[in-house]
Write a protein that binds this ligand. Structure first.
Ligand code: PDD
Length: 277
């Protein structure tokens, strides 16, 4: 099995990270997860542009161009013989004696990437998933795809302990997003989701969904909505690179709609399928 390590493709066992890498010490870096269907990356350019933009937002200018990254990952996928799965990549501010302030100029960033086999979660697509509500305790720059994921991890663990797939986060009364996904509610035929600001990650799946809705005349409304709106929704869906469009059938033990995936969600799923093929 091969990995990308800085500019090269090497055996995973040969990759070594310094104990003072800032990613390891501070979570000082950014990451992306790109879906791979039949050996090909899906919406790679959108993900890589977001990687560049996340890096810029934390004062890092990536040491690799989008073109270089795309060709490195394409080679990695081929060398690992990946069919359907993901490429995970992260870039940190590099290794340097521990100091909160940025390291001196000239310290090289650390880039790693690996692939993983991952089937499309077709059972979840068909049956829907259960969720819980959890207070959103994260920082105020959730638009950055940062390696710091403690708030997300603690919420996801709460969901896992409740036998649920996802934690739907809320800041007070306002729903923001999932612990590792965006949240969509469907009311009277319209898709409603939190605006793309500092409170959420603007998901690539969310952006794909926005395009799909525009092309098929389904209203896609970006506005704040409350816990009460969520609980009163006709349908709920979670969206992410790995989850695609997954119906939510339960929130905190209460059925969404009639407790089965709804027809607008099904329509969105089939339109999403067409994007992949
Ligand atoms: N998570 N919001 C959060 C907090 C996320 O972590 C993710 C993705 C999304 C959806 O983004 P996208 O559609 O671009 O995948 C929204 C990835 C998959 C992860 O951390 O594994």
């Amino acid at each position: 099995e091969y990995v990308v390590f800085n500019g090269e493709i090497i055996e995973r066992s040969q990759a070594k990270i310094d104990v003072e890498d800032r990613g390891y010490q501070f979570g000082d870096g950014v990451y992306e997860v790109i879906r791979v269907y039949n050996g090909k990356m899906f919406t790679a350019n959108e993900h890589l542009e977001r990687l560049v933009s996340s890096a810029e937002k934390i004062g890092m200018k990536l040491g690799w161009s989008i073109g270089e990254l795309e060709s490195l990952f394409a080679t990695l996928i081929e060398k690992n013989g990946l069919g359907t799965g993901i490429v995970y990549m992260q870039v940190t501010r590099g290794a340097s004696p521990r100091n909160h302030a940025f390291p001196p100029a000239g310290v090289a960033q650390t880039l790693v990437a690996y692939t993983r086999d991952m089937k499309r979660p077709v059972n979840n697509f068909a049956n829907g998933v259960k969720t819980i509500l959890a207070e959103d305790i994260r920082w105020l720059r959730c638009d950055i795809k940062s390696l710091n994921l403690l708030g997300n991890i603690l919420a996801k663990q709460k969901a896992a302990e409740a036998g649920c797939y996802e934690a739907i986060l809320h800041r007070g009364e306002k729903i923001t997003e999932g612990s590792s996904s965006n949240i969509f509610i469907i009311k009277d035929g319209a898709v409603i989701t939190h605006p793309a600001n500092n409170y959420i990650l603007n998901g690539i799946t969310r952006q794909t969904l926005e395009k799909i809705c525009a092309a098929s005349g389904i209203p896609f409304i970006e506005k704040e909505f409350t816990v009460a709106d969520l609980l009163g929704a006709d349908e709920i869906a979670v969206g992410s690179t790995t989850s695609e469009i997954t119906p939510v059938v339960e929130v905190d033990g209460k059925h969404v709609g009639d407790g089965a995936p709804g027809h607008v969600t099904k329509k969105l799923q089939s339109l999403f399928d067409q994007e992949i093929e």
